[in-house]
Every structure is written in structure tokens, then in C-alpha cells.
Design a protein around this ligand. Structure first.
Ligand SMILES: *[C@@H]1O[C@H](CO)[C@@H](O)[C@H](O)[C@H]1NC(C)=O
Ligand SMILES: *[C@@H]1O[C@H](CO)[C@@H](O)[C@H](O)[C@H]1NC(C)=O
Ligand SMILES: *[C@@H]1O[C@H](CO)[C@@H](O)[C@H](O)[C@H]1NC(C)=O
Ligand SMILES: *[C@@H]1O[C@H](CO)[C@@H](O)[C@H](O)[C@H]1NC(C)=O
Ligand SMILES: *[C@@H]1O[C@H](CO)[C@@H](O)[C@H](O)[C@H]1NC(C)=O
Ligand SMILES: *[C@@H]1O[C@H](CO)[C@@H](O)[C@H](O)[C@H]1NC(C)=O
Ligand SMILES: *[C@@H]1O[C@H](CO)[C@@H](O)[C@H](O)[C@H]1NC(C)=O
Ligand SMILES: *[C@@H]1O[C@H](CO)[C@@H](O)[C@H](O)[C@H]1NC(C)=O
Ligand SMILES: *[C@@H]1O[C@H](CO)[C@@H](O)[C@H](O)[C@H]1NC(C)=O
Ligand SMILES: *[C@@H]1O[C@H](CO)[C@@H](O)[C@H](O)[C@H]1NC(C)=O
Ligand SMILES: *[C@@H]1O[C@H](CO)[C@@H](O)[C@H](O)[C@H]1NC(C)=O
Ligand SMILES: *[C@@H]1O[C@H](CO)[C@@H](O)[C@H](O)[C@H]1NC(C)=O
Length: 795
């Protein structure tokens, strides 16, 4: 180890790091010793042929299927006809492992006498806990949830061919990313409810990538550490919400039509690694006018009478308008666009309610920032738009990109509104109808072990996962804590030695494979208590007529997305499917960080250092997705191998934050007002009330209330209080202040808009307190409270 002297700060940080690591390792080992290791995911229900609903005989297939309940009937049904080609598994005559389809209520028959699709849309809350949990995205220690700005929703779209046989499901969820654990559990529940109707191949789950949602829903160790533990409470809440949104969509399917439109969105994004982008060949760059993808793709869904049902839009942008100093759970710029769209279409409904569903889904956003003023040094104000995102004074931690607004909330709204406005225009003028069959193809792939055919003479291999030095640098949207620099291509003996001491040495093989990435964490060789990163990854395409949605298990950069779209489109065309529109759907199914091009990889900025399967990751995905496209185009999906099943780890490390009983100050009870509202506010002011609080994570367990707060207006005519806002509203904020030994305060704010009607208002608080009586199990009990009435005046 090189001789080197340390500053006080460095020494302290090192001490802290070593201590934290030691504690973590100790805890992990204890848990590892006391728990089992791997339970292979029981997926007996995913059929070997997708033929169970394939009795093509009557328009009432659905309802007859719905009454099938015994395993024998089910499998005999399944063996009847292997007519559908939609499945993606090896054809294996035996369907004995198929679980019975359990459907409690008979489904209504689906009419077949129309052209178009049966379309169902659904939206359900999946917020999870809003306290005592880290926010997922920036990996910043201490960036935990302390309240809520907006709720998070799962938005589901089910589409079926007129005969109801082939169907596909697309779900966009307001979370950082879909984790493997989440997907496996959602598929399990769908299978026990619907049998083989909704499966690994025809259901896509995509995260919007908000960086302001709770963490804690992962099974691989890197993410469990970043989440500071697995949260069963949040996990259950999310799974329930996602499944519920699909159930709603399933139930309200009706004959309808889908229209597609595309258009350019200006002024919403910048490339946050432009020097990496410049590594791509000039001839390739010359074909594009921008270093980000500016095209938005919009689907408009309506029923046969032209009544509007929903919207899906895809656009490449990081939802990081809210920066890493935020502690309020919210859905960021993409969520704000959904909010505006749904509020407009669901007139008279509170946010999160009403039948119309508008999803703004993620795409190839890997190197795309919404902080369009670009990176500047916080200390000097000069630009730090350089290859290292580093400032002359203070280095990389001074280099931060900001949005167009006065503060992060304002920026979120500006960017969200741009997306909403453009989507609205494209939606209004969408006239090209999507027609044609639905299809789906899916495989599990061991991404550590893919041989890529580079050209006729050369092959290359993917690597076991590893993170490079520049991963720790973070980005201009949120720098890492330890003063690492982007663009680092040589390791530091100090950190290497520290790592070797704590985690062991990376093998020569993994070092060689990832070059020129200097490895900081050789996650692919770390297996305690569970593997640190996934080996098994999902690749998946669903097609709706001439639209192909590629489900990407991570974050593609701009150029990566372009290469994949082009390759997949060409593959389809080669096999007779001309003019397919290819959409990149980001953050799907399992999280594997970033995917850069081979050329971008050489520069080792953050995105490249986070390309965990090595320099040929993109080429491997292109090869795999081409395989899926070919299978769909040639009607040989049933011949695709299903691939190795992902593991399902039994025992995950739980959060170290204890669940303790809530306490109110002596002489007070939960919900008592500590700081009352003022008697009068003018529009534009902020009404604020502070209550004796209880930990809001309790409310994720016992969902007696659907909201933490309401703002209510007195209607003299009916002598009733009408709810005008809930906690999903952008006008309200719910702050939770944690005190000692179970004491806490809750502050509710209403940022009174200029458009508010003058009148008499009140604010209500809904919470749950944890209570434990001697020798009894803990319970979480609902309580509610109401502020004094106050007046709002216009001037
Ligand atoms: C088919 O499935 C059965 C039961 O799951 C299994 O024993 C058999 O090996 C499978 N055959 C092939 C060819 O995969
Ligand atoms: C399809 O059939 C149903 C039931 O017979 C009928 O109510 C509906 O109007 C028909 N739709 C069209 C588009 O013909
Ligand atoms: C997770 O939560 C669910 C539902 O609340 C519960 O049934 C289950 O036992 C919990 N699992 C663990 C490991 O605590
Ligand atoms: C971080 O590194 C830069 C040089 O790259 C240095 O100027 C700066 O002082 C360092 N910051 C801290 C907090 O150590
Ligand atoms: C985040 O944005 C706020 C403004 O809303 C700003 O004061 C703060 O410095 C920003 N923090 C970082 C780390 O960018
Ligand atoms: C993936 O492939 C590698 C290399 O063949 C192998 O060592 C590893 O066990 C595989 N992973 C899984 C989960 O099967
Ligand atoms: C194939 O790719 C390798 C590695 O990129 C390159 O060295 C070789 O020249 C290529 N061969 C042909 C025929 O393009
Ligand atoms: C800055 O980036 C360049 C590559 O663009 C790299 O060669 C250099 O080492 C980086 N500087 C630091 C301090 O990491
Ligand atoms: C594909 O699109 C081109 C241009 O839009 C059009 O000329 C051509 O006819 C289309 N081909 C098919 C098979 O639809
Ligand atoms: C697909 O599988 C079927 C049944 O195993 C076989 O007959 C057929 O030749 C296969 N097709 C291709 C293209 O491999
Ligand atoms: C709650 O509010 C009271 C009165 O405003 C204050 O004395 C107390 O310190 C606050 N507690 C916390 C945990 O913020
Ligand atoms: C949830 O609240 C209800 C009262 O609404 C209470 O009866 C029940 O015990 C609570 N459940 C839990 C798990 O604490």
C-alpha cells in the first residue's frame, strides 16, 4: 500500500466506513448462519405451454375457463390445443405441474365481433412506508423518508385480442425500478388468482425511476445494503398495489381501440455524460441531431364509442428533478405529468381517483438528466461540464446540475408540465390505429455467461458483475459521498487494500474481463449472505400489432437504446414484420444498473462504471433481444428455452431500525394540535398545523385510511365538509418529525393555490399508532384529528 497521509476528515471517514462495514458483516454473518440460503423459486404454475385458455370454441371461453377448478380439468384443457404461439418456453408435453386456476368470480364473456382489442386500465396505490426507510435512487446514506409530497401509483394496462386469448399486460409503477423479488412475487399472486392467464412472458413491470420512492424491496445484497435492509412492510404494500392495479384492469376490460403517435419534446433534457457520448463513432453520431432521444411515443386508448380510457407515454428522462436533499416521498417529474393528465381527464375526482389512467413510463434514460441548466460548481458558479465533472476548487462534490426552476419542486413541476403538454398534443392528434395480433416472448438468461458473436470471426463474453470506481463518484444529479471522480480508469491502492481486507480480493479473471474498468466492488464474486448482484436476468418483448415493447432490465444510455431499437427493428423486418415501432421500456423486471455502448464504456464515467456485466453487455442484450424478435416474427416463441430460473432467497436482512411503540407527551394524545392554524390565510400563503404524531410507517401495515391528510371546505348549502385535497395532491405536504423514544410531531401544510375558492376550511390528520400491551402482540391503531376551522380570503 502506497504511503499516504490522511486529513482528519479522511481518517474519520475511513474509521466510520470500517466500523460500519464490520457491523454490517457481523450482522450479515449472524443472519446467514441462522437462516437458510436459497429456495428455488416455485414457479410450478407457469405453464409449459400457453395453451390453457386455448379452447377457441365459444365466445364464452373466459367464463367457462373461470369455472375450471380442478387440476385435472385444467391440464386436460391445457393439452387440448397447443394453438397459441405466444408462450416462450420449451414445449414439454407434461403439464402436470400446472397449478389449478383459481378464479373466484366468473368473468363476463368477451365479445369477438369487433376489430381492435379488449382494453382494461387500472391504478392502485403502492406508496409503501414514508418514514424509517431510505429513498431509492441516490444511494445516499441519511436520505430517508420523512413524509409525503405525493402518493406513488401502479398503473396497469391489459390488452387482449377480440377472442380474449392472447393478452399482454404493461404496468408502469412510480418506483425507482422493478426488482426481481417484486416481479416474482407479483407473478406468483397473479398465478394463484388467474392461473396461466398472466405470466412471465406477457406481463411487463416497469419502474418510472423516481428517486423519491422508498427502497427496501430487493433481494440482492448490494441493494439490501443501499436500502439499509429489506422492508417486508413496503414490499407487501407494493406487491399488493401492483396486483390490485392489474386486477382492476382485468375487471374493467372492454372492446376498444389503440392509437399511436410520436413527436419531439424540446427543452426537457440534457445528456449528463456528453463526453462519453462523444466516444461513439462519428459516423454513427452524425445520423442523429441530438445526444439525447427527444422522441415521445404515445398510445391513446378508447372504447368503441370513443370514450377515453387511458394513455401510455414513453420518454427518456431521469426523474431526478427532486435532488438528494429531498425527504418527502413523491413521483417526481414523470409522476407530475401523470398527475396533471389524470386530473384533467378525471374531472371532479381527487388525485389518484377516477377511471382514467395516464402512465408516463421510462425509456433509455441512462445518461439523460432533467436538470437542464447543466452542471455548475456550487462554490464558484462556473461550469463543470468536463469529462470528470470536477470543479477546480473542491473537486467533484462541488459539481451539481440544477433544473430550470427556483427550487427542486418548481423544477419538477416545470419538467413534468412540459412532458404533460406534449403528451396531450400527441394524444389529441393520435390517429394511426394499432392493429394486429398480440404476442410475447421472454427468457431468463445467465447474464454473466453470454457469448456474444461480434462478427463472423470474433466472439466476446459478458462478465460476472462488478462496479467500477466511478460508480462511487455518482453523477451531476447527485454525487457520491467519498469524493471519487468520474472517468477514473485506474484504481487507488488505498481503497483497493481496504476492499481486499474487508471483502477479499477480486479474481484476475474478473479484473481482466471488466477492463478498462477499475473494479471497486467485485459483486459477482461476493455471495454472503446472498449474491450481491443478480446473475439471472429477464429479457422480454411484447408486441401489440406493429408496436414492440422491449422490457429492459436496467438503464440504457441514449446510444445504447438507439442501437437496440435499430437491431430489433431490422430483425423483425428480416422475418417479414416491416415497419415495427420499437419502444425501449426502462427499469423492467430486475435491476442491473446501467448499460452503455462499448465505446462509452471505455471512458468509465458513472454509467459505464455501473455497466455491471462488462464492456459487451449491450452487444449481449442486442443479440438476446434479436432472438426474441425473431421468435415472434417466425412464430417460434414456443421453441425459445425458458432459461435458468432466478433464485428466491428465503431470509433477507431486515431493517435495523426497530419498531417501537408510539408515545404522546404527558397529558396529550395522538392527533392533538400542538401548533394551530392561523384564523385567516390569503391565497398564495401556506396553511400549517402541527399535531402530536405517530410513526407513519404504521399506516403501511394497517391501511384503515387511504390518506394521511385531507383539506376540507365547508359547504354552507349542505352544511357538510367537502374534501378538496388529499395527500396525493401537489398542494399538500405531510412532514414527520421523529423525536426520542417514540415521540414525534406531524406537520401538515397546504400551499393554498391562487385558484382556491375563498371560504372556511379545515385540515385533518389520519394516522396509526403502534401500541403494545404487556405480553400481547403489538397492534397499530387508527386515529384521526381535525384542526380548527380557518378562513381563506382572496386578497
Ligand atoms: C418435462 O417436464 C417434466 C416434469 O417437469 C420433466 O421431468 C422433464 O425432464 C421435462 N422434459 C423436458 C424435455 O424438458
Ligand atoms: C357485439 O355483440 C354484442 C352482444 O351480441 C353486442 O351487444 C354489441 O353491440 C356487438 N358489437 C359490435 C361492435 O357489433
Ligand atoms: C410480510 O408481511 C405479510 C403481510 O403483512 C405477512 O403475511 C408475512 O408473514 C410477512 N413476512 C415476514 C417474513 O415477516
Ligand atoms: C475532493 O477531491 C478534490 C480533488 O479532486 C479536492 O480538491 C477536494 O478538496 C476533495 N474534497 C474533499 C472533501 O476531500
Ligand atoms: C437541492 O435543491 C435545493 C433547492 O430546492 C437546493 O437548495 C439544494 O442545494 C439542492 N441540493 C443538492 C445536493 O443539489
Ligand atoms: C451463471 O453462470 C456462471 C458461469 O457459468 C455460473 O458460475 C453461475 O453459477 C451461473 N449462475 C446461476 C445463478 O446459475
Ligand atoms: C471482428 O471484430 C474484431 C474485434 O472487434 C476485430 O478485431 C476484427 O477485425 C473484426 N473482423 C471483421 C472481419 O470485421
Ligand atoms: C478525468 O477523465 C479522464 C478521461 O476523460 C481520465 O483520463 C482522468 O484520469 C480523469 N481524472 C481523474 C482525476 O480521475
Ligand atoms: C413501411 O413504411 C414505408 C414508409 O412509411 C412505406 O412506404 C411502406 O409501404 C411500409 N411498408 C409496409 C410493409 O407497411
Ligand atoms: C420448434 O419446435 C417444434 C416442436 O418441438 C419443432 O417441430 C420445430 O421444428 C421447431 N422449430 C424450430 C424453428 O426450431
Ligand atoms: C413537537 O412540537 C413541540 C411543540 O411545538 C416541541 O416542543 C417538540 O420539540 C416537537 N417534537 C419534535 C419531535 O419535533
Ligand atoms: C388495524 O386497525 C384495526 C382497527 O381499525 C384494529 O382492530 C386492528 O387490530 C389493527 N390491525 C393491526 C394488525 O394492528
Amino acid at each position: 500500500m502506497a504511503k499516504r497521509t490522511f486529513s482528519m476528515l479522511e481518517t474519520f471517514l475511513i474509521f466510520l466506513l470500517v466500523m460500519m462495514t464490520a457491523v454490517t458483516v457481523a450482522l450479515l454473518s449472524i443472519l446467514f448462519i441462522t437462516s437458510g440460503t436459497i429456495e428455488n423459486h416455485k414457479d410450478s404454475g407457469f405453464p409449459d405451454t400457453q395453451s390453457s385458455p386455448a379452447t377457441q370454441s365459444s365466445p364464452t371461453t373466459q367464463s367457462s375457463l373461470a369455472t375450471q377448478s380442478s387440476p385435472t380439468t385444467q391440464s386436460s384443457l391445457a393439452t387440448l390445443g397447443s394453438t397459441t404461439t405466444e408462450g416462450s418456453t420449451v414445449t414439454n408435453g407434461s403439464t402436470a405441474t400446472q397449478a389449478p386456476s383459481v378464479m373466484s368470480t366468473p368473468e363476463p364473456p368477451l365479445f369477438q365481433n369487433f376489430s381492435g382489442y379488449h382494453i382494461g386500465v387500472g391504478r392502485a396505490d403502492c406508496t409503501g412506508q414514508v418514514a424509517d426507510i431510505n429513498l431509492m435512487g441516490y444511494s445516499k446514506t441519511g436520505q430517508n423518508a420523512r413524509g409525503i409530497l405525493t402518493r406513488l401509483y401502479s398503473r396497469a394496462f391489459v390488452m387482449a385480442e377480440p377472442d380474449g386469448l392472447n393478452r399482454v399486460v404493461f404496468v408502469s409503477v412510480d418506483i425507482g425500478m422493478v426488482s426481481q423479488r417484486l416481479r416474482l412475487e407479483v407473478l406468483n399472486r397473479l398465478q394463484s388468482k388467474y392461473g396461466s392467464l398472466y405470466r412471465r412472458d406477457n406481463v411487463i413491470l416497469s419502474g418510472t425511476h423516481t428517486h423519491s420512492g422508498p427502497a427496501g424491496f430487493f433481494q440482492y445484497t448490494v441493494f439490501v445494503i443501499a436500502s439499509e435492509g429489506f422492508s417486508n412492510r413496503t414490499f407487501e404494500y407494493m406487491v399488493t398495489g401492483i396486483v390490485k392495479s392489474i386486477e382492476m384492469a382485468h375487471k374493467n376490460m372492454k372492446p376498444g381501440k389503440i392509437f399511436i403517435n410520436k413527436g419531439i419534446v424540446e427543452g426537457a433534457q440534457i445528456n449528463r455524460s456528453p463526453s462519453s457520448y462523444l466516444q461513439n463513432p462519428e459516423s454513427e453520431r452524425a445520423r442523429y441531431s441530438s445526444n439525447t432521444d427527444k422522441e415521445m411515443v404515445v398510445l391513446r386508448m378508447e372504447d368503441l364509442n370513443g370514450a377515453e380510457l387511458g394513455l401510455i407515454s414513453w420518454f427518456a428522462i431521469h426523474p431526478v428533478s427532486m435532488n438528494n436533499s429531498n425527504h418527502l416521498v413523491n413521483s417526481d417529474n414523470m409522476g407530475y405529468a401523470s398527475y396533471l393528465f389524470e386530473q384533467e381527464k378525471n374531472k371532479g375526482y381527487l388525485p389518484g381517483q377516477g377511471p382514467y389512467v395516464a402512465a408516463f413510463a421510462s425509456s433509455n434514460l441512462g445518461d439523460v438528466s432533467p436538470n437542464i441548466l447543466g452542471p455548475h460548481c456550487v462554490n464558484t458558479g462556473e461550469s463543470c461540464d468536463n469529462a470528470n465533472s470536477s470543479c477546480p476548487i473542491g473537486g467533484p462534490s462541488m459539481c451539481v446540475a440544477t433544473g430550470p426552476g427556483e427550487d427542486m419542486l418548481h423544477s419538477t413541476q416545470i419538467i413534468g408540465r412540459i412532458l404533460y403538454q406534449r403528451a396531450k398534443e400527441l394524444y389529441a392528434s393520435a390517429s394511426q390505429e394499432v392493429t394486429g395480433p398480440l404476442a410475447a416472448a421472454h427468457q431468463w438468461v445467465n447474464m454473466t455467461d453470454v457469448t456474444v458473436q461480434l462478427n463472423s470471426t470474433h466472439t466476446a463474453k459478458t462478465c460476472k458483475p462488478a462496479l467500477g470506481y466511478s460508480f462511487a463518484a455518482g453523477t451531476i444529479d447527485g454525487f457520491g459521498g467519498l469524493n471519487f471522480t468520474q472517468g477514473t480508469t485506474v484504481g487507488d491502492p488505498f481503497w483497493d487494500t481496504l476492499r481486499d481486507q474487508i471483502l477479499g480480493k477480486p479474481s484476475e479473471e474478473i479484473k481482466e474481463c471488466h477492463k478498462p474498468k477499475p473494479i471497486l466492488l467485485h459483486t459477482g464474486e461476493l455471495t454472503k449472505p446472498h449474491p450481491w448482484h443478480p446473475d439471472i436476468v429477464d429479457v422480454q418483448i411484447i408486441t401489440i400489432g406493429s408496436l414492440a415493447i422491449t422490457a429492459i432490465p436496467g438503464e440504457f444510455t441514449t446510444m445504447s437504446g438507439r442501437r437496440l431499437r435499430e437491431a430489433v427493428q431490422t430483425e423483425f423486418a428480416t422475418h417479414g414484420m416491416q415497419n415495427m415501432t420499437i419502444v425501449i421500456s426502462g427499469l423492467c423486471n430486475v435491476y442491473t444498473h446501467y448499460i452503455t455502448t462499448f465505446e462509452e464504456y471505455q471512458a468509465q464515467r458513472y454509467e459505464a462504471a455501473s455497466t455491471i456485466y462488462g464492456p459487451h453487455t449491450l452487444s449481449a442484450y442486442i443479440q438476446l433481444f434479436r432472438g426474441l424478435a425473431k421468435a415472434i416474427a417466425t412464430d417460434t416463441v414456443a421453441n425459445l428455452s425458458r432459461g435458468p430460473e432466478p433464485p428466491f432467497f428465503k431470509q433477507l436482512i431486515a431493517s435495523l431500525i426497530p419498531n417501537i411503540v408510539d408515545r404522546a407527551p404527558i397529558g396529550k394524545t395522538f392527533g392533538d394540535v400542538l401548533q394551530p392554524a392561523k384564523p385567516t390565510y390569503r391565497v398564495g400563503e401556506v396553511a400549517e398545523v402541527t399535531f402530536v404524531g405517530a410513526n407513519p410507517k404504521n399506516s403501511a401495515e394497517n391501511q384503515t385510511h387511504q390518506t394521511f391528510l385531507t383539506v376540507e371546505k365547508y359547504e354552507a348549502a349542505s352544511a357538510t365538509w367537502q374534501i378538496v385535497h388529499n395527500d396525493a395532491s401537489w398542494e399538500t405536504r405531510f412532514y414527520w418529525h421523529k423525536g426520542l423514544v417514540g415521540h414525534s410531531n406531524t406537520t401538515i401544510q397546504w400551499h393554498i393555490p391562487d385558484t382556491a375558492q375563498p371560504g372556511i376550511y379545515r385540515i385533518r390528520y389520519f394516522g396509526h399508532n403502534r401500541k403494545q400491551e404487556f405480553l400481547k402482540p403489538a397492534v397499530t391503531l387508527p386515529f384521526e384529528s381535525t384542526s380548527a376551522a380557518f378562513e381563506v380570503v382572496t386578497s
